[in-house]
Design a protein around this ligand. Structure first.
Ligand SMILES: *[C@@H]1O[C@H](CO)[C@@H](O)[C@H](O)[C@H]1NC(C)=O
Ligand SMILES: *[C@@H]1O[C@H](CO)[C@@H](O)[C@H](O)[C@H]1NC(C)=O
Ligand SMILES: *[C@@H]1O[C@H](CO)[C@@H](O)[C@H](O)[C@H]1NC(C)=O
Ligand SMILES: *[C@@H]1O[C@H](CO)[C@@H](O)[C@H](O)[C@H]1NC(C)=O
Ligand SMILES: *[C@@H]1O[C@H](CO)[C@@H](O)[C@H](O)[C@H]1NC(C)=O
Ligand SMILES: *[C@@H]1O[C@H](CO)[C@@H](O)[C@H](O)[C@H]1NC(C)=O
Ligand SMILES: *[C@@H]1O[C@H](CO)[C@@H](O)[C@H](O)[C@H]1NC(C)=O
Ligand SMILES: *[C@@H]1O[C@H](CO)[C@@H](O)[C@H](O)[C@H]1NC(C)=O
Ligand SMILES: *[C@@H]1O[C@H](CO)[C@@H](O)[C@H](O)[C@H]1NC(C)=O
Ligand SMILES: *[C@@H]1O[C@H](CO)[C@@H](O)[C@H](O)[C@H]1NC(C)=O
Ligand SMILES: *[C@@H]1O[C@H](CO)[C@@H](O)[C@H](O)[C@H]1NC(C)=O
Length: 677
């Protein structure tokens, strides 16, 4: 009886998405999520001025004594954290004295007189300033006020503003993200591979998978911790406040830990697949999407570009990302009840887009705001590639609701759009898509998305686009023609998937090494979570002259939109993905030998159960193990990197010769061992 009850409880826990079923193993060492909600600095990074026993800040035993004004100590939390600081005043000076705290993600902005910027970008790089703390009149524990939450940082600098002695100990930070989860390390997915091709660190890919997962956790926040708008004014004290309401319910997923701390549906196009394969923590996504639908313009059907309090309007692409995100949420969760709830507003939002498709048969993009790319208006390729995905996913959702004639109508419109897209944008001589009919500019976004969303007609086209995209690379990755002097890990996350889709597996791994290898290891970064973007030469001045006012301190170092590798490693390198709701149908298509890998394992959970796989390549023969829930079914695709034309390929499943048609075969749920030789 007890066993039965235990079993039922486990099922109930899994339905809530809180099951921790990823097996434990060496990969756990790479999980960045803290073990406890209260974390402490791991070391003293620097001491300036007159400080006795600086190490005393790290524990509760004996404090650090500051004896002159302007003396300071830099503490290192070892990785990105965020939350309210507590510390103990062991001895206090006379009344009226103060200390100051300054925070930064990047070590480049460790300074006693300013934090990195989060409130507003300013070329001074010091808009945010410091948090001035009045020393209390008697000793004891002090905790930071909730309004002044600093929600993304690694380094904390403590400065004394008095010549009298002040002694401080027991510095800690109570993590504010993932407020609804007890064990932040209890992932539902995992990934593990040894990468022979990356300099100095064969664990790079595993580390990267976990860096992406942790980045999205740091973006999962209580609903009342948004950046204040209008932005906090510059003054003598901290010019930031993170106490704004972010949506209709929490927890909620935002774009970045430090900033903007607002819902951005385009960013979720990358962040939510990360969340799915790592934590299955879909409630924050539902809350974010529901917030966007609640703010639909009742007259036009336009959705906002971002959630409150920013509530930016006027982006056709982000409007579409809310709709694509709705399909992702349904695919991963199976929550058809919620789809029914928002269906009226959802279809209104699709109609808003179809109203922009004119006689050319393509959408005229008039809501120009986007991921910061330049141009983008009119009959534009990126917008129309995203519209194609919007229509195919809308058709799928209409089918899920048994609205079959609406589903066919969306599907027909998608087919017509795809045909026009190729007629208008494809440049046969170049082998890429152009931005619009009055330019030959070949954007990174539209070309990546056209391949990923299958707006291409042929595999040959995909391969040519993959070649063309690589022509934009420098040592650190792709330079988008549509946003000069920039490397965008957001758009490069789509490019990464496009190379895998094109079968350019080695190129995809090369891109990981360049762009994400730089981000994760450069000492300019927080070396744990993933950077919003950087310039062509690797400096932090991302978007310096496109909205960010030449402020490199404003760049976010924990941005969910940069986590494309996490889902791509699971979906393409391991090869396991869901193709119908909750994984009732799935695909097993490992990109064997990508980047010279020989051993990969991993998996994830859905409400139906565990999906796990592993593969080992030895002597031109690959052994693949797969486990999926009973009652599901999947398609196994024979890895073509291994078999070339496929002529002499032999495949066995569970020891029996298998019949392969068009390089693929159907599999039932349960466990199987497949050998391809
Ligand atoms: C990063 O490393 C370089 C080379 O070792 C060094 O000159 C620089 O000061 C370091 N930067 C930071 C922010 O630690
Ligand atoms: C947020 O905090 C700021 C600074 O403390 C304060 O002025 C403002 O009233 C607070 N806003 C809300 C909604 O509590
Ligand atoms: C040290 O800090 C922790 C976390 O804020 C707190 O629970 C504990 O009571 C503090 N200990 C002392 C002696 O102040
Ligand atoms: C649908 O849109 C209206 C505004 O037209 C809004 O008031 C309502 O909350 C939305 N409903 C849902 C379920 O999003
Ligand atoms: C697109 O819409 C804009 C704004 O309404 C209009 O000026 C432009 O002529 C339209 N372009 C096309 C190709 O219809
Ligand atoms: C066409 O694309 C170019 C290059 O991106 C851009 O400069 C131009 O503004 C676009 N045209 C329209 C009508 O938006
Ligand atoms: C759609 O129809 C199928 C088969 O009749 C039924 O099982 C399912 O519940 C229906 N779905 C919805 C959302 O009504
Ligand atoms: C991609 O497009 C091609 C050409 O239109 C089509 O044959 C193929 O079935 C599509 N693939 C998927 C997965 O939809
Ligand atoms: C790197 O690029 C930035 C932005 O374009 C520029 O300001 C900076 O001078 C460059 N740094 C180097 C070392 O070339
Ligand atoms: C596959 O499963 C077999 C039998 O269960 C096991 O011996 C083998 O180690 C597994 N291989 C991999 C690569 O996980
Ligand atoms: C792999 O090939 C080598 C040399 O051809 C052979 O000695 C070895 O037994 C093979 N290993 C397996 C596992 O088949």
């Amino acid at each position: 009886m007890n066993l039965l009850r235990l079993g039922l409880n486990l099922v109930a826990l899994r339905l809530l998405g809180v099951g921790a079923v990823a097996p434990s193993g060496p990969w756990d060492a790479f999980n960045y999520a803290p073990e406890t909600r209260v974390v402490t600095p791991i070391s003293v990074r620097a001491v300036e001025g007159d400080v006795v026993n600086a190490e005393g800040l790290l524990g509760a035993a004996s404090g650090a004594e500051f004896t002159s004004s302007g003396s300071w100590v830099v503490l290192d939390f070892g990785k990105e954290v965020g939350g309210l600081i507590s510390l103990r005043f062991d001895t206090v000076p006379s009344e009226g004295s103060s200390i100051a705290l300054s925070f930064t993600e990047s070590p480049q902005f460790i300074r006693p007189d300013a934090s990195d910027d989060s409130s507003f970008p300013d070329a001074s790089t010091t808009y945010d300033g410091v948090l001035r703390v009045q020393v209390p009149s008697s000793e004891g524990l002090w905790t930071q006020d909730a309004d002044s939450l600093r929600a993304g940082f690694r380094f904390l600098t403590i400065v004394s503003n008095t010549d009298e002695s002040v002694t401080i100990s027991n510095v800690s930070c109570e993590i504010s993200f993932m407020p609804h989860v007890d064990d932040m390390r209890a992932y539902t997915g995992y990934f593990y591979a040894k990468d022979p091709g990356f300099e100095d660190d064969e664990d790079f890919l595993t580390k990267l998978w976990y860096a992406g997962a942790y980045t999205v956790q740091t973006n999962t926040v209580p609903v009342d911790t948004g950046r204040m708008v209008p932005f906090a004014p510059r003054g003598i004290c901290s010019a930031w406040a993170n106490n704004a309401t972010l949506g209709i319910a929490g927890p909620i997923i935002v774009d970045g830990a430090k900033r903007d701390r607002a819902v951005w549906p385009g960013d979720m196009g990358i962040a939510v697949p990360t969340q799915f394969v790592s934590t299955l923590d879909l409630l924050p996504t539902k809350n974010a999407l529901a917030t966007m639908f609640s703010k639909i313009n009742p007259t036009t059907g336009a959705l906002p570009e971002s959630g409150p309090p920013l509530s930016q309007l006027g982006s056709d692409t982000y409007h579409m990302w809310t709709l694509i995100g709705t399909h992702n949420y349904y695919l991963y969760s199976g929550d058809i009840g919620w789809i029914e709830e928002i269906w009226g507003n959802y279809t209104k939002a699709v109609a808003f887009l179809e109203g922009k498709v004119g006689s050319v048969g393509l959408m005229n993009v008039t809501g120009l705001r986007d991921w910061a790319r330049q141009g983008g208006g009119g009959i534009n390729a990126e917008g129309n590639a995203i519209l194609y995905k919007t229509l195919t996913t809308a058709s799928d959702l209409a089918n899920a609701l048994n609205k079959t004639s609406l589903a066919s109508s969306y599907a027909r419109n998608a087919i017509a759009l795809k045909a026009r897209f190729n007629e208008v944008f494809w440049m046969e001589d170049v082998g890429m898509y152009r931005d619009n009919s009055s330019t030959t500019l070949t954007p990174q976004d539209a070309n990546s998305l056209a391949v990923l969303f299958n707006v291409t007609n042929t595999m040959e086209q995909k391969k040519r686009v993959s070649d063309g995209l690589m022509a934009n690379w420098n040592d650190l990755g792709p330079l988008p023609p549509e946003l000069p002097d920039t490397i965008s890990p957001f758009i490069s996350g789509f490019e990464l998937q496009a190379h895998f889709e094109a079968g350019s597996d080695d190129r995809a791994i090369d891109l990981l090494h360049r762009t994400w290898g730089y981000m994760l290891y450069t000492n300019l970064s927080v070396e744990s979570t993933l950077l919003e973007g950087f310039t062509a030469n690797g400096s932090l001045a991302y978007r310096a002259n496109v909205g960010y006012n030449h402020d490199p301190a404003y760049t976010s170092h924990a941005h969910g939109w940069s986590t494309g590798p996490t889902s791509a490693l699971t979906i393409y390198v391991l090869g396991l993905s869901v193709t119908a709701v909750q994984g009732s149908q799935w695909s097993l298509a490992p990109h064997v030998s990508a980047g010279g890998l020989t051993e990969v394992e991993g998996g994830f959970e859905t409400t139906l159960g565990w999906f796990g796989a592993s593969w080992t390549l030895k002597n031109d023969s690959v052994t693949i193990n797969v486990t999926t829930p009973e009652g599901t079914s999947g398609t196994f695709r024979v890895p073509n990197t291994l078999t070339g034309s496929g002529e002499n390929t032999k495949v066995t499943v569970d020891g029996e010769d298998a019949v392969i048609k068009d390089m693929q075969m159907e599999l039932s749920g349960g466990s199987h061992v497949i050998v391809v030789s």
